[in-house]
Write a protein that binds this ligand. Structure first.
Ligand SMILES: *C1O[C@H](CO)[C@@H](O)[C@H](O)[C@H]1NC(C)=O
Ligand SMILES: *[C@@H]1O[C@H](CO)[C@@H](O)[C@H](O)[C@H]1NC(C)=O
Ligand SMILES: *[C@@H]1O[C@H](CO)[C@@H](O)[C@H](O)[C@H]1NC(C)=O
Ligand SMILES: *[C@@H]1O[C@H](CO)[C@@H](O)[C@H](O)[C@H]1NC(C)=O
Ligand SMILES: *[C@@H]1O[C@H](CO)[C@@H](O)[C@H](O)[C@H]1NC(C)=O
Ligand SMILES: *[C@@H]1O[C@H](CO)[C@@H](O)[C@H](O)[C@H]1NC(C)=O
Ligand SMILES: *[C@@H]1O[C@H](CO)[C@@H](O)[C@H](O)[C@H]1NC(C)=O
Ligand SMILES: *[C@@H]1O[C@H](CO)[C@@H](O)[C@H](O)[C@H]1NC(C)=O
Ligand SMILES: *[C@@H]1O[C@H](CO)[C@@H](O)[C@H](O)[C@H]1NC(C)=O
Ligand SMILES: *[C@@H]1O[C@H](CO)[C@@H](O)[C@H](O)[C@H]1NC(C)=O
Length: 763
């Protein structure tokens, strides 16, 4: 910009500094004092200049002539806070003079200062913005230029950005777009680029018809040097649906496509594509863009060399993928193998955008999933799981999830070490990564081999740890993955070891955290831990088959940890109800038990321990021999009698209080010196002991029945039987439920829900 001739400032300074108790009283002296090494003097000198300048424009001109500006500008960065503050105030007041010359100097001075962060804040704090906005409309182009430059520097700061439009800065700024000086136009656009990142500013900008003005610039070939910057502002504005609507009015969409098609400047291309991406957030616009064959344009742009253009093309592809026919179109145009190549690029941003495009393209689209697979994309995507950029990892995991629904692809993914690769993202702190990873894991872990691999890789522990998440979606997905992994015994047992059941119980206790998913995970795990299942839920289904090592430790108390049999065995003798264990043929454990207790001399414990095996084994043998030959209904009756005989025979209801089962169990505990009693040793047992023995024997010989715990030591077995009256065909279509009496009239079948049954189940 051409420099204007500076007006000579000759007017002598008539006023003196009454306010200043410092040595000199003439303005010239005070200006000299601005270079003093003493802070005290500096503070007072600045203050005096401020007061003096406030009195009128003439004084300001005088100060300028005395060269006050330069030392003042330097003091803005002084170490002393008060000095800085007063210097700013003095400069601020000098900048409000109507005299263009002063403005030019003051703004020039501030422009160079405003690059510095501290100064920026100071200028704003000292209310520098309103006079600067005023100066945007100054007749002097130098002042305009300096002011917009200062404002550009100021709005780098978030706080100032918001304040600018509130102070009415938008209209004068927009006027500068028509400036004859390109440097002013550029600065204006750069400033707009920054302030339109703020939503409220964008609203104000739209109301002042800023968007239309931008489109005009884009529509004007004379302004081609402004097009990149203008497009960047447009891209910001298109974050709002209101602007997206506006773009149709000025035929902006077609113009954007023109830019993409005709421009050779990568920066213009990538920014125009960015605009297209924003426009494509709207489904109607996607339809329009599809009609304009945007897919072909994007695929062509992607085949170029420029990384920024490739990246924004991928983002546009991702956005357009929400349009169903576009998804297929991209595949037909051969985009998929090309974008997979892009995954090997050195650019983080491109890899992120490419994985996003793939994730969206494969979403609900089998053909695209297959195309990715055929191009070897699954292998590279598994590698992307180890990326440092969490968005890329999340996108890669999402793509693999989309693909894993096809069995052949799933096997391919697993063969490239996907389970191992999922370990790191499972430990991520990014929720999106965790959500996508756990989803991917659940889909991949749907066969036993994959689960075994996850277990070998040590992936179960990090998965279980995610159950501690307080993020609802992370928690639900983790629960679902745990549920899938609890499909076989080895993985289920491993997860139990890591305390999964305890965590799930804690979740179950929280109304906010429990969900269908946490219940599902709990149910799946409990199927492999029937002792805990019975303790927690009081119910074993006919499909829950009791095996070696099952124990009944009573009903679990809420919030209490469930102890393992080993822990319970180690407890010293106490007054609580005994723990009943089913241990029919465990010779291995018996030896171990003996070894651990070697210090102890021969005691009744070990004798009983051996008796136990034989007692229960004998019952099983007897059941097999005498019962299996009978018809179904008789089998249950006979088994009921066998159980009753083993545990003290029939007891009349009115004689129950005389039945010495409590004493018997205490004696057993004392004999065994243990709270754990093997079930075969119980010779006098009531409902809960008999029902457990019945379930245990029934499971051994292949009869089906449930085991249900009631209150106060009640428990019973329920069986399903077809009605015995064979003459009535209709009745045999639906089986009826019966409770089996094991106490009073052993073998009696009580139809469920009848008075007799309810009496048996409650006190
Ligand atoms: C030996 O048995 C007693 C119970 O009789 C138990 O408390 C103790 O922990 C056992 N010792 C070992 C080493 O397991
Ligand atoms: C402001 O815009 C410039 C480009 O003109 C950009 O480099 C800078 O990062 C932006 N600053 C903020 C805070 O957005
Ligand atoms: C500018 O836009 C108008 C429609 O609003 C159009 O008629 C005109 O041809 C455009 N001019 C240029 C130079 O693109
Ligand atoms: C695809 O990408 C866009 C980002 O442009 C995103 O908003 C959208 O939700 C993604 N998902 C699908 C399924 O397309
Ligand atoms: C995976 O993460 C992306 C973000 O990277 C998200 O947009 C997407 O919805 C997630 N995918 C699924 C299947 O949740
Ligand atoms: C059953 O769950 C308990 C409690 O979490 C645990 O200690 C035990 O190891 C589990 N048992 C099996 C076989 O998983
Ligand atoms: C979960 O909590 C509910 C409500 O407190 C309870 O009824 C249910 O028995 C609990 N389930 C388990 C398995 O603990
Ligand atoms: C949980 O499952 C029930 C029945 O399956 C369903 O009705 C309910 O909507 C589900 N709730 C949630 C939060 O998914
Ligand atoms: C069986 O059916 C016969 C005739 O249909 C009927 O007389 C009899 O009472 C039925 N017995 C039972 C136990 O329902
Ligand atoms: C048992 O009776 C209760 C109420 O008396 C009823 O709600 C329930 O459905 C009945 N169950 C069966 C299996 O008949």
């Amino acid at each position: 910009m051409g420099k204007k001739v500076k007006k000579e400032i000759e007017s002598p300074c008539k006023e003196t500094f009454e306010a200043l108790p410092v040595v000199g009283k003439t303005p010239a002296t005070v200006v000299l004092l601005l270079s003093s090494p003493e802070e005290d003097i500096l503070i007072k000198a600045c203050e005096a200049i401020h007061t003096f300048a406030e009195k009128g424009d003439e004084n300001k001109v005088c100060l300028l002539g005395l060269g006050a500006l330069e030392p003042l500008c330097q003091l803005i960065t002084h170490n002393n806070k008060l000095v800085r503050r007063n210097a700013f105030m003095a400069l601020g007041i000098m900048a409000t003079n109507d005299d263009a010359v002063i403005h030019e100097f003051a703004t020039l001075c501030l422009a160079s200062l405003s690059v510095d962060f501290v100064c920026k804040v100071k200028i704003f704090e000292n209310k520098g913005l309103p006079p600067l906005i005023k100066l945007l409309s100054s007749p002097d182009p130098d002042v305009k230029k300096n002011s917009v430059e200062i404002i550009f520097n100021l709005v780098q700061d978030y706080q100032t950005r918001g304040a600018f439009h509130e102070l009415g800065g938008i209209p004068p700024l927009l006027d500068l777009l028509n400036s004859d000086f390109p440097v002013i136009q550029h600065l204006t656009l750069k400033t707009l680029q920054n302030i339109t990142t703020d939503k409220d500013t964008r609203n104000a900008f739209r109301e002042e018809h800023g968007f239309e003005k931008l489109i005009d610039i884009l529509n004007n070939t004379e302004f081609s040097d402004l097009h990149v910057e203008a497009l960047q502002v447009v891209a910001n504005c298109l974050c709002d649906s209101e602007s997206v609507q506006l773009i149709h009015k000025g035929a902006g969409l077609t113009r954007l496509m023109d830019f993409v098609l005709t421009s050779n400047t990568p920066e213009i291309q990538s920014t125009a594509v960015k605009c297209i991406t924003r426009v494509a957030q709207d489904s109607e616009n996607r339809k329009l863009l599809h009609e304009l064959s945007v897919e072909k344009v994007l695929v062509e742009l992607f085949s170029g060399a420029d990384i920024a253009v490739k990246t924004s093309s991928c983002q546009a592809v991702a956005a357009m993928s929400l349009h169903l026919s576009s998804k297929d179109r991209f595949r037909d145009l051969g985009f998929i193998p090309a974008v997979i190549q892009g995954l090997s690029s050195g650019s983080h941003a491109l890899r992120e955008a490419a994985t996003l495009a793939l994730s969206n393209l494969t979403h609900n689209n089998k053909d695209n999933a297959l195309a990715v697979y055929e191009a070897g994309g699954h292998k590279i995507l598994v590698q992307q799981l180890s990326e440092s950029c969490s968005r890329t990892v999340a996108n890669a995991a999402a793509t693999l999830s989309n693909m894993a629904t096809l069995e052949i692809i799933r096997c391919g993914i697993l063969s490239h070490g996907a389970m191992q690769a999922l370990l790191e993202p499972l430990k991520s702190t990014d929720t999106q990564v965790l959500i996508n990873t756990t989803q991917c894991l659940a889909l991949l872990a749907c066969d036993a081999e994959a689960r075994a691999e996850l277990q070998r890789a040590g992936g179960l522990l990090p998965l279980v740890n995610l159950l501690r998440s307080y993020h609802k979606e992370v928690l639900n997905n983790a629960c679902f993955a745990v549920n899938v992994c609890a499909s076989d015994k080895p993985t289920a047992v491993d997860m139990c070891k890591f305390g999964t059941l305890e965590i799930l119980q804690e979740i179950n206790q929280s109304v906010n955290r429990r969900s269908n998913y946490s219940k599902l995970a709990m149910t799946s795990l409990l199927n492999f831990n029937l002792s805990v299942k019975y303790s927690l839920t009081g119910h074993l289904a006919s499909t829950d088959i009791i095996s070696d090592g099952f124990y009944d430790a009573g009903k679990a108390c809420a919030g209490q940890r469930i102890l393992s049999l080993e822990e319970l065995s180690k407890q010293s003798l106490n007054q609580h109800r005994p723990i009943i264990v089913v241990n029919p043929e465990n010779t291995e454990e018996k030896k171990e038990y003996k070894q651990r207790n070697e210090s102890k001399p021969e005691s009744p414990t070990e004798k009983s321990q051996e008796m136990n095996d034989f007692a229960l084994q004998g019952l099983i043998k007897e059941a097999k021999e005498s019962i299996l030959t009978l018809h179904e209904r008789e089998q249950y009756v006979a088994l009921a009698r066998l159980v009753s005989e083993a545990m003290g025979g029939a007891v009349k209801i009115e004689k129950m209080h005389e039945f010495p089962w409590v004493l018997h169990l205490s004696e057993l505990k004392f004999q065994l010196q243990s709270n754990v009693i093997p079930i075969g040793l119980i010779r006098k047992g009531i409902y809960c002991h008999r029902a457990l023995l019945f379930k245990c024997l029934a499971d051994c010989i292949g009869l089906t029945c449930t085991l249900v715990r009631g209150e106060y030591n009640r428990a019973w077995n329920e069986v399903l039987l077809f009605n015995g009256n064979h003459s009535k065909i209709g009745c045999s279509l639906h089986p009826c439920r019966y409770i089996i009496d094991l106490m009073h009239q052993p073998g009696n079948l009580l139809a469920a829900n009848t008075t007799a049954a309810v009496q048996y189940q409650t006190i």
